[in-house]
Design a protein around this ligand. Sequence first.
Ligand SMILES: O=C[C@H](O)[C@H](O)COP(=O)(O)O
Ligand SMILES: C=C(OP(=O)(O)O)C(=O)O
Length: 449
Amino acid sequence: MTVNAKPDAGTHTWRDLPAAQQPDWPDSEALRDVIAELESYPPLVFAGECDQLRARLASVAKGEAFLLQGGDCAEAFDAVSAEQIRNKLKTLLQMGAVLTYAGSVPVVKVGRIAGQYSKPRSKPTETRDGVTLPSYRGDSVNGFEFTPEARTPDPQRLKRMYHASSATLNLVRAFTTGGYADLRQVHAWNQDFVKNSPSGQRYEALAREIDRALNFMNACGVDPEEFKTVEFYASHEALILDYESALTRVDSRTGDLYDVSGHMVWIGERTRQLDGAHIEFASRIRNPIGVKLGPATTPEDALTLIDRLDPDREPGRLTFITRMGADKIRDRLPTLVEKVTASGAQPVWVCDPMHGNTFEAASGHKTRRFDDVLDEVKGFFEVHKSLGTHPGGIHVELTGDDVTECVGGGDEIFVDDLHQRYETACDPRLNRSQSLDLAFLVAEMYRDQ
Ligand SMILES: O=C[C@H](O)[C@H](O)COP(=O)(O)O
Ligand SMILES: C=C(OP(=O)(O)O)C(=O)O
């Protein structure tokens, strides 16, 4: 593809439309300079890789594979360390191994990683002790610290986002292709974890079975290259359109536009207005696109989104990520799936069981109950089973660290534990043990399906 190509005018049509959730940059000239610099930077991913992910997602849409999409709610610049990236990756690899082996299905692995630095917020400002400041919108925009200096949007942070994404992606590529992700390492991913966690022990038993299967294949003379590396893709919410469009390039093979900031991008629940800038931007690029659908989504909304984003009804192009809440999914999802299926469209249906299940604990911590997360996934499987459609995957906020942000799970976290390791900059994530619990339970649901 064309490296350093000037972004095409086609990516700027969004500028004429209302763009929700954009920062109030105080200095537009400084922003322009940053955009010009970003436009000259090399791509973070290649168009061909985006096409490959679209092909993998087409298999998911056809019911032949399962999507595991997960990672931080909000990545942070100071968390770009080998240890934290490895922990996240390890958790996703372990979940992938559980789903593949126990669910007997190929798993497409996509991180919320290497670009997930921007957050839409419910309120533009935050007030503490009578002081009101702009809300934290992710490290790409402003700082988490509650001071006027930190909370003032700074466009230089967009360049830091690019470099942080680049460093992360570089390490992820090294881990996934350089031996660390070899299936023979299934035990190594678990070493630090097995002794003191029930899910780690359950995983260890599964890893022994995988080992036996590998030894058997080996003894038969089969040692496929596919087991030595892992295909892993990066995704994030395409929120700050100045950044995303500055990183959009023309693919020299086809003349099509690709947002080369990540393989897949999604449009959030708060920015998916049909006549808004985000949908216009997404309609111009060839990357696989996700759209979050909350409980108020009507079938007409979903059908119009399909017309805008996937007019050719191409399997793999569009992923609907539903985030209804455990108490609503069984009520709201059936009509959406029915009407979309009747229209002939074949999007990937994915369940985000996190964003509809957030509540505030008495301590003031935003949290989620593991049981609600699980119940929403169960509802998702039930609805698809009753309609004969494919439950295509899960989209989860998680971390590889042993944080205490969501309550419940086999290695139970109680409301009173939340303060112990509450490290998220925005929404609560499943920790490693809760993530593995979820993978085992989803694998069972998939098998039963
Ligand atoms: O991750 C999603 C959103 O950014 C988040 O749920 C918004 O949180 P808020 O309601 O605290 O703004
Ligand atoms: C903001 C997010 O979700 P939603 O748009 O579904 O609220 C998110 O996934 O980070």
